[in-house]
Ligand binder design. Structure first.
Ligand code: ZN
Length: 274
């Protein structure tokens, strides 16, 4: 309920403070009384924060921006939703600000794009996360710790404050949490179908960038930049197009099936008109 309440408050504030055209919303979706759908895409890292770096020097921040830009075009074309990027160039944006952007525009979903890294150059595969106080396993905890290390206010598992723990535990029972899990499943399945890499699964972990999101929110690790073959694929235009097209397919499936629960949020929530 807390998440739903917060979503309502943020939606109201966003509506009052930011008229639709500020965010370049599609005029076609702005019929009287209609609330247009908005998708927030977060290209991980940026600026001095390079993220992981591959064997030949490709930085995670370049791959995430490339995929996010293609994804924004593909989502606009295929869903009719407006798309907001948390960064459009090589600039540093604090983790907390990325979620705040999604909340400000009352986004229906939030997708953070990242690239994995491992000590072994042979490791590959795709995994999709949604937020939880407890990590699914040690590997999930490691990924969250790496991604959180770029936060301006780094919190380890032990350091997460009582308030935050309460919010996260409260979230575990909300529709937002269930729908984040569903969105993660749809996107992970679509990616694996198109890219045919090892299925590392849908997992949960305490990612700072997902904390406070008032809509279904996921973080996708689209491959391992530490694997030389994967580094080439991730940095190629063809590879990035394949990733963005398959994430779009996952979003379309989620959008179609979202809204089954009585307290649902995201696409098709009460008050939303397509
Ligand atoms: Zn990352």
């Amino acid at each position: 309920m807390l998440a739903n309440f917060r979503h309502g408050v943020f939606a109201l504030l966003a509506f009052l403070i930011f008229p639709g055209q500020v965010f370049g919303l599609d005029p076609a979706s702005q019929q009287p009384g209609a609330v247009p759908c908005v998708i927030a895409i977060d290209p991980g890292h940026g600026g001095e924060d390079t993220g992981a770096v591959g064997p030949s020097g490709v930085a995670e921040k370049e791959v995430t921006l490339g995929v996010a830009k293609k994804l924004s075009v593909s989502l606009r074309e295929k869903t009719g939703c407006s798309v907001v990027l948390t960064r459009e160039d090589d600039t540093f944006v604090p983790l907390e600000e990325r979620t705040a952007v999604a909340n400000r525009v009352s986004a229906d979903i939030f997708i953070s794009i990242h690239v994995n890294a491992a000590l072994s150059r042979t490791v590959d595969g795709i995994e999709t996360f949604f937020l939880s106080f407890d990590a699914t396993d040690e590997d999930a905890r490691r990924v969250a710790a790496f991604e959180n290390s770029f936060s301006s206010s780094v919190k380890t598992h032990q350091e997460v404050s009582g308030d935050l723990k309460e919010i996260l535990l409260d979230m575990a029972s909300t529709e937002s949490h269930h729908e984040s899990a569903a969105l993660a499943e749809y996107v992970q399945t679509s990616l694996l179908k198109a890219v045919k890499r090892e299925d590392r699964g849908v997992k949960q972990a305490p990612f700072t960038v997902l904390v406070g999101a008032t809509m279904p929110a996921i973080l996708v690790e689209v491959g391992f930049i530490s694997n030389p073959r994967e580094e080439r694929r991730l940095s190629s235009s063809v590879g990035q197009t394949r990733l963005s097209d398959s994430i779009t397919d996952g979003v379309i499936r989620f959008k179609k099936n979202n809204g089954q629960g009585k307290d649902y949020i995201g696409f098709n929530r009460p008050g939303k008109k397509e």
